[in-house]
Structure formats: structure tokens, C-alpha cells
Write a protein that binds this ligand. Structure first.
Ligand code: AMP
Length: 395
């Protein structure tokens, strides 16, 4: 059966069509610049990319365009070939601890938590409605970035802020990248041929956005992103954890509103902010290799923040069996993996230099005598979306 995994942003619609249960990717693509006259439709078939520009006024037009192209290119016979659609939804608040079949009540609940993710949830909803318009009889499932972290206990998810903020406004840690953390931690059990119930894993999802997750017995027990994706380790352009008093201090010094300072923390901080070179690890490593002091600083800052979280989660879980590198940097930057591992001497972590040359393929990175197993596991959020869609359609 063919399942579509959809990730709708404010002006884009990413899709992947999978054959299930085989989990083969049939095709994938994206419509970008939705709402503009020269929207770009890109599709990848048999490893080859095809791009065209179209007038795409809204997400419903984009969804229709995607489906028409699939038929035109003989990828599906007709719309009936698509058995289910899974939608990535960023925020499920406390309402969703698992994926869910979409109905009116679910749509209302997603709307209700939209003030927690004002940039993302409305776009995700638009994507759902667009596909519902074109495929009214096809079951749709919502897969939440936050759901996997709903197993965190109160001591992990609650901030030490007035308790009423939590009760009245839902101020707490939600965590993100849950679909990735879940996928990766399940793969660890498979790769090591271990019962997931007995495994303590720390997943390092390090891409342009980045978060770390402590997974004990297959359940998220703590994660570095919080109320929003701004907290935790530093990222490409996001600051990660800082003293919140800085917000008021800078707003006074630079005569900026709170929103403007938060925007600076989201868009011009992180590795870009520290280095003033780039947000991209490839550029930073180039600068590092040339001895550029700010490039060196950004790279060191990254390794320190990540190692600090590993230390905290090691203590919180009372041990760790596996540490996993995933996402753009984790999967592709052996130098970053090496630098982080060097900071884990206390765990007796040892990288196998030959294995660490690998990029983008599942690999055991540690030596047999390492105190902790180090793994490279490419993440796959789309397959998780498709799996959940099939599971819930069958329930
Ligand atoms: P993601 O957000 O997971 O797609 O990750 C994107 C980021 O991965 C980019 O901004 C780069 O910093 C990083 N990245 C991608 N390829 C490489 C590479 N070959 N070496 C180092 N970093 C990379």
C-alpha cells in the first residue's frame, strides 16, 4: 500500500511516498514558495531531480499539483492508489502522547495548542486541510514532534517557574524532534540486538536545529529542547540555553522589543552568532582547520554543550549503554563526532577511527573496549510517519 508522509511549512509542502509495509521510498519532493506566482515544484524519481515552476496560490493547490504530477509521471495509477496520509504536526501540547487518526475533534485540539507553536501548527493544519480537500475519503494521521516526550516525569518537564504558569498557560518543557528520537532509539535496539526495555540511550540529533534526548527503556525521560525549540544546545542560528535575564538587558541596551531580542536569539545566535562566519558546520570546520579563532570557538562551544548534556543525562538515567549521532551534522561530520567523544573520557568512550569515517550509513563507531557504544544512525522521520499511519489505520 502507498502512504504519503507530509510536512507542511508556512510556504512549503514536503512529501514522501512510501510503499508499506516494505518501507520503500517511491518518490519524494517539495513545493516551495507557495502563495507566489513562481512556486517551485521539485520531485525526485529514481534518484533524479526534476524541477518546474507553477502558479501555486495556496496549500490546496500545492497538494493537488503533487497528486496530479504523481499520476502524470505514472508513479501512481490514480488518487485511489494512496491509502493513507500521515502529517507531521509540530506541537501536540499535553493532548497527544501518540499519533492519532485525524477527525474534527483532533483538528480542534491541534488548533487549541497553536499558540504554543504559532509559526508551525497553523501551517501544519493548512497542509492537513489541503490534502483533505483533494483526498476526502483517505484516512489521515497526525504525527506530533512533541508526542514522544510526553513520558517525561514532572521533575524533568517542569520549569522552576510559578506553578500557576504551568496550570494556566501550559508553560513547561515539551521537547521536539520526537519522531526522530523515537526512530533512532528503536534502531539502536535492532542494531545491537537488545531488548529496548533494558536500554539506556542518549540520542544526539545534531542538524541545523539540534536536540538531545535521554531514552530509558524506549521512553523519553528528558530532552534538551523545551517550551520552544530555542533551548538546549546551541544550534546553527539558535542560542540554546541562556540566562533569561539577558533578554531584558539587551532589549534595554539596544532599544529592542522582547520579540526582536527573541528573534535575534532564534536567527542570529548559535554558531552563526558566535563565529560570525556561518551557521553551517562545513564552513565552521573549514575555519577551524585554518585556525580562525571564532570558528574554533564555535566548534568548541558546540562540543562542550553537547558533552554537558550527555553528562547530565548519564547521571539522570544512572548510566548509558549507547550514544547515537544523527541528523545533518551527526551523520556527516566525523570531526564533530571525534571532538565530542574526546570530552567523554570519563565514560571511557573510544571511537574506532576507521568506522568514524563513515557518513550517512548505520555504523557502530566505537571500539569493542569502549565504555559506551557509539553509533551513527541516519534518522528517518518520514518512515516513522508512514509506520504510525499504517498502525493507526489498522487499529
Ligand atoms: P539538518 O538540519 O539535519 O538537515 O542538518 C543540516 C546541517 O548539517 C547543515 O547546516 C550542516 O551544518 C550540516 N552538514 C551537512 N552535511 C555536512 C557535512 N558533510 N559535514 C559537516 N556538516 C554537515
Amino acid at each position: 500500500m502507498k502512504i504519503m508522509a507530509v510536512n507542511a511549512g508556512s510556504s512549503s509542502l514536503k512529501f514522501q511516498l512510501l510503499d508499506m509495509p516494505e518501507e520503500n521510498v517511491v518518490t519524494s519532493g517539495i513545493v516551495e514558495r507557495i502563495g507566489m506566482k513562481n512556486a517551485v515544484f521539485t520531485i525526485k524519481v529514481n534518484g533524479e531531480k526534476h524541477s518546474q515552476t507553477h502558479d501555486v496560490s495556496d496549500h490546496a493547490v500545492a497538494a493537488k499539483l503533487v497528486l496530479e504530477k504523481l499520476v502524470d509521471m505514472n508513479i501512481v495509477d490514480d488518487y485511489d492508489d494512496i491509502t493513507g496520509v500521515g502529517h507531521r504536526v509540530v506541537h501536540g501540547g499535553e493532548s497527544f502522547s501518540d499519533s492519532v487518526v485525524i477527525n474534527e475533534t483532533v483538528l480542534e485540539a491541534i488548533k487549541e495548542v497553536s499558540d504554543l507553536a504559532p509559526l508551525h501548527n497553523p501551517a501544519n493544519l493548512t497542509g492537513i486541510q489541503a490534502f483533505q480537500e483533494v483526498l476526502p475519503d483517505v484516512p489521515m494521521v497526525a504525527v506530533f514532534d512533541t508526542a514522544f516526550h510526553q513520558t517525561m516525569k514532572e521533575d524533568a518537564f517542569l520549569y522552576a517557574t510559578p506553578y500557576e504558569w504551568y496550570e494556566k498557560y501550559g508553560v513547561r518543557k515539551y521537547g521536539f524532534h520526537g519522531t526522530s528520537h523515537k526512530y533512532v532509539s528503536e534502531r539502536v535496539a535492532k542494531m545491537l540486538d537488545r531488548d529496548i526495555e533494558t536500554l539506556k540511550t542518549i540520542v544526539l540529533h545534531i542538524g541545523n536545529g539540534a536536540s538531545i534526548c535521554a531514552v530509558d527503556g524506549g521512553k523519553s525521560v528528558d530532552t534538551s529542547m523545551g517550551f520552544t525549540p530555542l533551548s538546549g544546545i546551541a544550534m546553527g542560528t539558535r542560542s540554546g540555553d541562556i540566562d533569561p535575564a539577558i533578554v531584558e538587558f539587551i532589549s534595554t541596551k539596544e532599544n529592542k522589543t522582547v520579540q526582536q531580542v527573541i528573534n535575534d536569539l532564534n536567527k542570529s545566535s548559535g554558531y552563526l552568532g558566535v563565529s560570525r562566519i556561518s551557521s553551517d558546520s562545513r564552513d565552521l570546520w573549514e575555519a577551524y582547520d585554518k585556525g580562525n579563532p571564532r570558528g574554533v570557538l564555535a566548534i568548541r562551544k558546540q562540543a562542550k554543550m553537547i558533552a554537558d548534556y550527555i553528562g547530565a543525562y548519564y547521571v539522570y538515567m544512572g548510566g548509558v549503554d549507547a550514544i547515537v549521532f544523527t541528523a545533518g551534522i551527526g551523520e556527516n561530520a566525523p570531526e564533530t563526532r571525534e571532538l565530542i567523544t574526546k570530552r567523554l573520557g570519563v565514560l571511557n568512550a573510544k571511537l574506532d577511527a576507521e568506522a568514524n569515517k563513515k557518513r550517512g550509513v548505520e555504523t557502530i563507531l566505537s571500539t569493542p573496549d569502549s565504555g559506551v557504544t557509539l553509533l551513527l544512525i541516519p534518522t528517518n522521520e518520514e518512515v516513522m510517519i508512514a509506520r504510525d499511519t499504517v498502525r493507526l489505520m489498522n487499529e
